[in-house]
Design a protein around this ligand. Structure first.
Ligand SMILES: [Zn+2]
Length: 110
């Protein structure tokens, strides 16, 4: 498995499928890998779930700090990264959360 340091994603390809980077590194267990992006309150919930499972995670605001200050944390979108060795479990947790989000959406539409 290779790893693109720009996009922070692991890939089977020789070139990065996202940015086309040709110089990929073999992925290391501690390399941070992109899991997904979530807005409040889901970002808080996901961070909590990861903490409970003792999965170390990195959170990075999708927009710069300026946006956060202008719009308030309500609109803040966070990108989540976890070490490669935790990626499968983190993705599983993220999928569970995404299905809960969809259920929530359906409820509010009614
Ligand atoms: Zn890339």
């Amino acid at each position: 498995m290779n790893y693109c340091k720009h996009c922070m994603i692991p890939t089977d390809e020789e070139n990065c499928p996202v940015c086309g980077e040709k110089h990929l590194w073999p992925v290391l267990p501690e390399d941070p890998c992109f899991v997904g992006e979530l807005g409040v309150p889901w970002s808080d919930i996901f961070a909590d779930v990861l903490r409970q499972k003792q999965i170390p995670c990195l959170m990075k605001p999708l927009w710069g700090a300026g946006w956060t200050a202008t719009l308030g944390s309500k609109f803040e979108q966070m990108c989540f990264y976890v070490p490669y060795e935790y990626l499968p479990s983190a993705q599983e947790l993220a999928e569970e959360l995404f299905s809960q989000m969809e259920e929530d959406d359906e409820e509010t539409e009614e």
